[in-house]
Each structure stands twice: as C-alpha cells, then as structure tokens.
Design a protein around this ligand. Structure first.
Ligand code: HEM
Length: 436
C-alpha cells in the first residue's frame, strides 16, 4: 500500500517536527504534541499567561480566552477547517474502486454554509427537546441493562464495560441500526476519532484504514437496508432524499453515529473520575441522585471531552489587537476558555453549585453548536445516577489509562469495583493516570 507508506512517512515527519517545537516551548506544539499523561490544563494556563491571542511557529494562533473563543465561534466571517489540518494526512482511501468516506472529515461538522445549513437541517428534528423526551425511557432502560451486567462481576472496566456501551446502544437504537455489534462500533469510533489530531504510528494508520473500510461497508449496508425497509428513524429520512450524494449520506449517518458515542463515553468517564476524586461530591451524589445533572455540567466545564477546535477567518481580520491573515487557523482552546477567570470564579475548583456553569463552551457555540448536547447530558446524568445509586461504594480498582488523542480527553481503561472488596484493599489503588 504505497499511499499508506507515504502517509505514514509524512505523518511521522510531521509529528517529529511538532515534538521538536514542543520541546522548544511552542505553545500550539505543546498542546498537540505532549504525551497524553501530560496535564493539558497547565498548557492552557501557559497560553493564557502569554496573551489573549498567541502566535505559534506552526503557522497558527491560539487562544484560551472565553470572550475570544465565544465570539469567533459565532462570527460568520470564520469557518471550519478539516480536523486533521494541524497534522495533515491524505486519508483518502479506496476499497474495491469505491472512495471511502471518513465521516469525521467530510460531514457537516467540517463544512461551512450553505452545505452545513442544508445537511444539518435534515437531521435536526431527531435532536429537538421533543425528540429527546421520547428518548428518556430508552436511556434509563439501556443504563440499567448494562448496570445489571456489571453488577454480577464486582470489578469491571468502567469505560469498556459500561461508559462506551450506553451511548453506542442509545444512538444505534435512535438511528434504527438493527443488531448493532457493540465491539465493532467501539473499534471504528476510537480509530476515527483518535486520528483527528494526527495518526501517531503505523499501527494507528493501519487501524484507521481498517476502520474506514469496515465502517464504510457497514454504512452502505445500513443505507441499502433502510431503502428496502424504511422506518421512522433518522437514517430512513435521509435515504428518502433524492438530492443527497452517496458521500453526503454516508458522512451524515456516520457522523451521527460516531459523534453520538465517541464523546459521551468520555463525559461519563470524566464525571466518574471527578466524583471518585472528591469525597464531598460523592457523598452528596449518593445521598441525592438528582445532583447528577450538576455534576455532569461541572465536568463539562472542568474536563470536557472535546478540548479544542479550530476556526479560520475568510478575510484578513484583527483579533484582540493582532492582525490575522485570511486562512490562518486559530486554535480555540474550549477547555481553556472553560477555566477563564474572567468568567468563572476560582476556575480550577470543581464546584457543581456554580450558578454560571452553563457559560462553558464544551459543546462549542454558534452554528456548529453540538447537535447532541441534550442527549449527551441526559445519558451522562442517567449513567451517574444509576452507577452511584446501585453502587454507592464504587471505587477505583487499578490505574486509569488515557486515550492517546489530545483533542478528545477521556479514559481508555478505568478499572473500578462495586465495593464488594474491603475498603482497605482498594486504598492501594489511588487514581493514578498513565499514558495511553
Ligand atoms: C459529551 C458529549 C459530547 C460533546 C462534549 C460534544 C461536543 C461537540 C462539539 C464541541 C461540537 C462542535 C465542534 C466545533 O464547533 O468545531 C460538536 C458538534 C456536533 N456534535 Fe457533539 N458532543 C457530544 C455528544 C454528541 C452526541 C450524543 C451527538 C449525537 C448525535 C452529537 C452530535 C454532534 C453533531 C452532529 C455535531 C456537528 C454539529 C455541526 O457541525 O453543526 N454530539 N459536538
């Protein structure tokens, strides 16, 4: 596969250059190039100390300012950039003469109006408050079915055995995917999403190509099935449109699936990490399960699954007193903006009682504001309520391993026990994070 070798070579050279700049202290290179065990929040504070808008030798600007992030996200003069633009890969691949579509790189998530408006409008009805209310019972049922499974085991992987399974089952049911194979979805989703900020080695490159091939074939089959047997789901509505190209159909369906679980799994994991790390929060949640909503919201602020995004000005423009040429990427550190002291008092403190928590930018803002925000909140709160009602003594049972991605923040593995082992035994397992 010569193109794979070429891609891998380009990538590894690109990553080596980013690492070299990171060692020299370049702020953007440190954000994207440091290992996943490194504390990203310390980097965002360095950016904040360096200025409102900071230039990087990688040819882009960065900001951790809430005011700047928020205004650029809502500014029609700024558009989106394909997600791998910071670590370019020619991920265009072919299978049996057909071009494989990467939903993360070709869907309306990374398109500008008018395409963005046209495609987003087609799937919005499934994510309105009314559409969501219809999902509440499904979410509760799915959460408790998976809790039943882990309850019998005592010790389990919070991510692989629970946090990943709930959103996969919810979004596949919502999209009318029959007999969804959870393990394949988990594998495809992490290969696609981990590659957003660049493929790290040949192993990841191969995993990405395999995932693209399998996911594309799966989406093709799903689309053919819904053409034969339409239901009242989003995919059936999409296939009934005659004005959609095969690429748009595959990319939109694929985006809804992948965005529907690859982020929510991390929200659940990050929220459980926060609860297990703070005895007062845990005590209150166990005593009052309705506290889960506030814990989820504060997790979105302090440890959001999507750490940053990028916008590009269509024309040369001045941002915070600095002229930024047309087409120059600006990296918006959403997770940094969420800890901006100009908006949030004592910003590094985990405080579920903050009145202004909803000012956070975890779901972005403007026309790309997360379509699934309501669903994600509902799933994560139900997961926390269920976990701490059923297992009030839940505790870590080993070391947390982080995902390798820097855009997406979450645990890859998180061993926990339901508390059936004596407390003194689990105290030997504090939450120690190791790199992915
Ligand atoms: C905790 C979970 C989630 C987080 C943190 C999250 C975060 C985000 C963010 C930050 C964006 C915008 C990116 C940008 O502005 O460049 C986005 C867009 C999007 N999200 Fe989510 N998301 C989550 C869950 C979901 C779920 C459950 C769905 C359900 C399908 C979903 C579907 C989408 C879609 C379709 C877009 C593209 C919107 C557009 O471009 O107009 N997300 N999400």
């Amino acid at each position: 596969m010569p193109s794979t070798v070429k891609n891998a070579t380009l990538l590894l050279l690109g990553r080596a250059a980013v690492r070299a700049h990171a060692l020299l202290g370049d702020p953007a290179a440190r954000v994207v190039g440091m290992g996943s065990a490194h504390d990203p929040y310390a980097e965002y504070e360095r950016v904040r100390r360096a200025g409102v808008l900071v230039r990087s030798r990688l040819g882009l600007y960065l900001t951790a300012s809430h005011e700047v992030c928020s205004s650029l996200l809502r500014d029609p003069g700024f558009g989106v950039l394909p997600p791998n633009a910071l670590a370019p890969v020619d991920s265009t691949a072919h299978a049996g003469g057909r071009r494989l579509v990467n939903p993360v790189e070709e869907s309306f998530l990374v398109r500008n109006p008018p395409d963005h408006t046209r495609l987003r409008r087609l799937v919005t009805p499934w994510f309105t408050p009314r559409g969501l209310r219809a999902q509440a019972a499904t979410v509760e049922r799915v959460v408790h079915a998976h809790l039943d499974e882990v309850a019998a085991r005592g010790t389990f992987d919070l991510v692989g055995d629970f946090a990943a399974r709930v959103p996969i089952q919810v979004i596949t049911e919502l999209l009318g995917v029959p007999n969804a194979d959870h393990a394949s979805f988990a594998r495809w989703g992490s290969a696609l999403v981990n590659a957003i900020d660049g493929v790290r080695d040949m192993g990841e490159m191969r995993a990405l190509h395999t995932a693209l091939r399998e996911f594309d074939a799966f989406l093709d089959d799903l689309i053919a099935f819904r053409r034969r047997e339409p239901g009242d789901d989003a995919v059936s509505a999409l296939v009934s449109r005659e004005d959609l190209s095969r690429e748009d159909l595959v990319a939109t369906t694929g985006l809804l699936l992948v965005a529907g679980f690859e982020t929510t799994v991390n929200l659940i994991g990050n929220a459980v990490l926060a609860v297990l790390g703070d005895p007062a929060v845990r005590e209150r949640l166990v005593a009052d399960p309705s506290h889960a909503d506030a814990v989820v919201e504060e997790t979105l602020r302090t440890d959001p699954p999507v750490q940053y995004t990028v916008r590009v000005p269509a024309e040369s423009t001045v941002i915070a007193g600095t002229r930024v040429p047309a087409g120059t990427p600006v990296m918006l550190l959403l997770a940094g903006a969420n800890r901006d002291p100009a908006v949030f008092a004592d910003p590094h403190r985990f405080d579920p009682d903050r009145a202004d928590v909803r000012e956070h930018l975890a779901f972005s803002s403007g026309i790309h504001y997360c379509l699934g925000a309501g669903l994600a909140r509902m799933e994560a709160a139900a997961a926390l309520r269920g976990l701490f009602t059923r297992f009030p003594d839940l505790r870590p049972a080993g070391r947390v391993r982080r995902r390798p991605s820097r855009v997406i923040r979450g645990a890859a593995h998180f061993p926990v026990t339901t508390g059936t082992v004596p407390a003194h035994a689990t105290h030997r397992h504090p939450i120690v994070e190791i790199t992915g």
